[in-house]
Design a protein around this ligand. Structure first.
Ligand SMILES: Cc1cc2nc3c(=O)[nH]c(=O)nc-3n(C[C@H](O)[C@H](O)[C@H](O)COP(=O)(O)OP(=O)(O)OC[C@H]3O[C@@H](n4cnc5c(N)ncnc54)[C@H](O)[C@@H]3O)c2cc1C
Length: 351
């Protein structure tokens, strides 16, 4: 038997990580009907602990998300484990049957009433074949990190193969640290990592060659530079112990920092036609991000975005802040639409 049609909601949040849950919290507390669709693969899943998050420093990522889900549930937000595989704007008058704050949203999708103000309405299909409808979308699908193609690197990701000195640098302070280059931004990374330890090696991995200025900077801070490709990581007793270059000796190290390329969920981002920006970091192409204004609004009316889908640099605190702000602005846009719809209803019902 086919599933019963799903009740349309005010807002669908695509992605239930830090940014999505934070947006859902703002919206749930504003008495909006909210459904979060979450595929359950947050970017930091392999990390044992999240750091640099005030009042929650050192908490496991899974515990943060469990607490977030509990919090949004208090305000009636539904969190559904599902992957959105297609999303699009649909042309449906969307004000019939709503009564403002606290409405359950029932009756508006497909209402087709005369005199209704047109506002954006969206349909999102999930991998299980179901279709969800909403008046607004928050895209918080995060990003996927593409690592350099070095055997063994991915398996250590989030443990001793690290992406960010602010998130995990303190934990490896004074250890033997390496930076695996993907391009020129590695010089900046090596100098940041040097703040944490006096034992830092930059492996160029044939991704770039430091110029004279960069070499002088690195030498001044005592950062060793090892040219040539890296072919493997050395792991002993489930811990990184070295990096293996194609030529030369193994570089002993306890942790390696590596830049990644940001890959977005094309089905959602491109399906909705969201404008994206190519990301250049210190002369290196590092992927793309959804373009948003200061409120998180995207190029498509009715769609907001927050968190890593708008840029890989947003750590948890920034993603939570962006989600919260986007949620508030989505609610404000619904308030505006509700006022317009209420005024239109008064005009059409006047004798
Ligand atoms: C290894 C690692 C460790 C990190 N450690 C820290 C740290 O210690 N401190 C810190 O501040 N930051 C840390 N970060 C950064 C942190 O992971 C991000 O700031 C945070 O995950 C961004 O939240 P987000 O909600 O934008 O994305 P995510 O947390 O990645 O959440 C996105 C969610 O959307 C889901 N999704 C994707 N596509 C779809 C779809 N089509 N339909 C439905 N759901 C979908 C995903 O499965 C995921 O659950 C770390 C990052 C990495 C890579």
């Amino acid at each position: 038997m086919p599933d019963a049609p799903l009740t349309p909601v005010d807002v669908l949040v695509l992605g239930g990580g830090a940014a999505g849950l934070s947006a859902a919290l703002s919206l749930g507390r504003s008495r909006r009907t909210v459904r979060v669709l979450d595929a359950g693969e947050p970017r930091n899943a392999t990390s044992p602990h999240a750091h640099n998050l005030l009042t929650h420093d050192g908490t496991p990522p899974s515990a943060l998300l469990a607490a977030g889900r509990d919090e949004v549930a208090r305000y009636g937000v539904e969190v559904v484990t599902a992957r959105a595989v297609a999303a699009q704007a649909v042309d449906v008058p969307s004000d019939a049957g709503r009564d403002g704050a606290g409405s359950d949203g029932a009756g508006w999708a497909g209402a087709g009433s005369s005199g209704a103000t047109h506002e954006p309405t969206f349909a999102v299909r999930t991998a299980d074949g179901r279709t969800h409808h909403a008046r607004r979308l928050v895209v918080a699908t995060g990003m996927r990190d593409v690592l350099p193609d070095v055997p063994g690197l991915r398996e250590r990701w989030g443990r001793d193969v690290l992406h960010c000195p602010y998130c995990h640098g303190w934990e490896v302070r004074d250890r033997r640290l390496a930076v695996l280059a993907t391009g020129p931004r590695a010089v900046h990374a090596a100098l940041l990592v040097r703040q944490l330890s006096a034992d830092v090696t930059l492996l160029t991995h044939d991704a770039f060659a430091p110029d004279a200025e960069q070499r002088a900077d690195l030498a001044a801070r005592g950062v060793r530079v090892v040219p040539g490709r890296v072919t493997a990581v050395r792991v002993e007793e489930d811990a990184l112990t070295g990096i293996v270059p194609a030529d030369g000796d193994v570089v002993p190290c306890d942790a390696v920092f590596v830049g990644t390329r940001a890959v977005l969920d094309d089905a959602v981002v491109d399906g909705l036609g969201l404008q994206t920006t190519a990301l250049d970091f210190l002369g290196e192409d590092v992927g793309r991000a959804v373009a948003v204004d200061a409120t998180g609004a995207t190029s498509v009316p009715g769609v907001w975005a927050a968190g890593n889908v708008t840029g890989p640099q947003h750590a948890l605190a920034a993603s939570i802040a962006a989600g919260s702000l986007a949620g508030a602005h989505v609610n404000a846009s619904l308030v505006t639409a509700d006022v317009a719809a209420a005024r239109a209803a008064r005009v059409t019902t006047r004798p």
